[in-house]
Design a protein around this ligand. Structure first.
Ligand SMILES: [Zn+2]
Length: 369
């Protein structure tokens, strides 16, 4: 699947990627194509964000081990250490759906975790869909649990999704039963009346995603990369159309603009005045008004540029990155956050959507060990 608009860097791929290499050597043309476009050595999309190469192994996010992607601390069944080969290998012979491409309408995924999540998903729906689908599902899971740290052998995952030509799959519903938490989490995608974008809501009507109460961007379709999502990516990516106003998240001074243009595109660095002395990077902007100059002061909430798709960017989005000195900070930890709730006039419509998607999913498994 060439150039899916997956924003930000490709995910960490260690064992799976190795399996992919082996498969390619064995002669799977499709596997080879996948490898070429997804190999971990592929050009890093945002070179500038490699601020501290020495600290590279794990983004130095202050939330302790919370977001450390590779520190898979699995109390209980250590699935991260489970050898991926045996279960991954049988998955390699192409997807179950023989003639590929056109699965029209919603499909159901239902897997039990026995190793890396991607292995289970690819094993059921094939590599071409499974890779991108894992990333999309991951964006929901990270609001509930740490991935992969909290995943245990025996957890179950189901989802309703649709394939889309030339785009990543559209996920309508996700259900995850966690052995670690003894709990089932569910979220359903729904577009409320008058809303520009569909969002995931939980059964209690709360939105799945948190939002920043002083957001760096006015409106966005989805957050496609978070620091906690287990990828080595130092910013939060907000998928939004080119031209969406971008705002200061604190009072500050424009410290730099348009450095490392090839990677960052139009970009602005904002230095917080007082407060915590943080730095905010806004990358891939469509344009920066000529009136915006280094040294200008801006007020929290002030719009000063527009989001875009410039530099090394795969799709229109804002890359928002927060730093304290050379340390990457998670905006969802450092800034104030909130969760929206479903307006009451949308409740009936949402309940209908939930019923439709639940009918497509397997009967609920009981959480427990
Ligand atoms: Zn980014």
């Amino acid at each position: 699947m060439p150039d899916m608009p997956i924003l930000g860097e490709s995910e960490k791929k260690s064992p799976i990627a190795q399996v992919a290499v082996i498969a390619a050597i064995v002669g799977t043309i499709a596997g080879l194509g996948y490898w070429v476009t997804h190999r971990p050595g592929a050009t890093p999309p945002e070179p500038v964000t490699e601020v501290a190469p020495a600290a590279a192994p794990v983004d130095a996010v202050p939330a302790a081990g919370a977001t450390a992607p590779s520190a898979a601390v699995d109390q209980g069944a250590p699935i991260a250490n489970a050898p991926p080969m045996p279960s991954a290998a049988p998955a390699m012979p192409l997807p179950p759906a023989p003639e590929g491409k056109t699965h029209s309408g919603p499909r159901t995924l239902s897997v039990t975790i026995a190793g890396p999540m991607e292995t289970a998903i690819v094993g059921q729906v094939g590599r071409e869909v499974g890779g991108p689908l894992t990333q999309v599902i991951n964006r929901s899971l990270v609001w509930w649990v740490k991935v992969p740290g909290d995943l245990l052998k025996g957890d179950s995952l189901s989802a309703v999704f649709e394939e889309r030509e030339g785009q990543e799959p559209l996920v309508h519903a996700v259900r995850f039963t966690s052995r670690k938490f003894g709990k089932t989490f569910e979220a359903f995608r729904y577009q409320g009346k008058g809303e520009a974008h569909a969002k995931f809501f939980q059964l209690d009507g709360s939105s799945l995603e948190e939002h920043l109460t002083d957001p760096p961007i006015d409106d966005y379709e989805q957050i496609t990369s978070l620091l906690r999502d287990g990828r080595r990516h130092k910013g939060v990516d907000f998928k939004a159309p080119v031209g969406t106003p971008v705002r200061a998240t604190f009072d500050g001074v424009i410290a730099r603009k348009n450095w490392n243009f090839r990677g960052n595109g139009n970009s602005i660095e904002l230095q917080e005045s007082g407060g915590q002395g943080r730095t905010a990077l806004y990358l891939h902007l469509s344009e920066i008004p000529k009136s915006v100059k280094v040294g200008d002061t801006v007020k929290r909430g002030q719009p000063f540029a527009k989001s875009g798709n410039t530099g090394h960017s795969f799709a229109p989005h804002l890359h928002y990155q927060l730093m304290k000195g050379a340390t990457v900070v998670d905006p969802f930890v450092s800034h104030k956050t909130a969760r929206a709730s479903l307006p009451s006039e949308d409740r009936a419509g949402f309940d209908g959507a939930v019923a439709r998607f639940k009918a497509l999913m397997p009967a609920e498994t009981v959480a427990g060990n």
